[in-house]
Design a protein around this ligand. Structure first.
Ligand code: 5GP
Ligand code: MG
Length: 179
């Protein structure tokens, strides 16, 4: 695995984002809604650096199935753990903005459920992949178009616990050189 963003770079940037959020939400009670499962680690680190009253809610959305690294284009949303957002300021968190379909659909859902204002934060944003126009309010890092894992992001449900963002290298050993 190649390290794309180190643990200390992530910690520094997440703390910066938290402080920016703290300034922007002074006097506005906040509901942070994180998209499971990928944004779990980001959520945990971010909220511990926001010194404001805040509620936490969870949504589950998935478009990647099993071992595939290609979106099917079908977004599945599970709202069983979604908080009541009516009249609240919502900050929607996702791990990565790729095509933008997930976060834009979920932001729309929060508005339909009566949120007073919806803002969005993504840890990562892939350059050159966006399929729908969408501007997140907070972005951790812009990254090249590579499949990344770690810090909450998985490949086939593994690697979420890796503390840095990495790019999987070919798991097959290099072929022996010809004699
Ligand atoms: P979008 O709807 O923006 O195309 O995709 C967002 C979702 O796709 C993310 O929440 C994430 O679950 C998944 N995704 C997109 N790119 C990557 C990637 O490079 N690595 C991993 N692990 N998931 C990704
Ligand atoms: Mg996701």
């Amino acid at each position: 695995m190649d390290v794309l963003i180190s643990e200390s770079e992530i910690q520094r940037r997440v703390t910066e984002l938290a402080h920016q959020i703290e300034v922007d939400y002074q006097g506005r009670p906040l509901t942070v809604v994180a998209v499971l499962t990928g944004s779990l680690v980001f959520l945990a680190d971010l909220i511990r650096n926001i010194r404001l009253p805040l509620r936490v809610g969870l949504l589950q959305a998935s478009s990647y199935r099993g071992a595939s690294t290609v979106s099917t284009g079908t977004l599945l949303i599970n709202e069983s753990f979604a908080p009541d957002v009516a009249g609240r300021d919502v900050l929607l968190l996702d791990d990565i903005l790729d095509t933008g379909l997930t976060i834009s659909a979920l932001a729309q859902r929060m508005r339909e459920r009566g949120a007073a204002r919806v803002r969005t934060a993504v840890l990562l944003r892939k350059i050159g992949r966006q399929a729908v126009p969408f501007e997140p309010d907070y972005t951790g890092f812009s990254i090249p178009d590579r499949f990344v894992v770690g810090y909450g992001l998985d490949f086939n449900d593994d690697y979420r616990h890796i503390p840095y963002i990495g790019v999987l290298t070919d798991p097959l050993p290099a072929a022996d050189p010809l004699p």
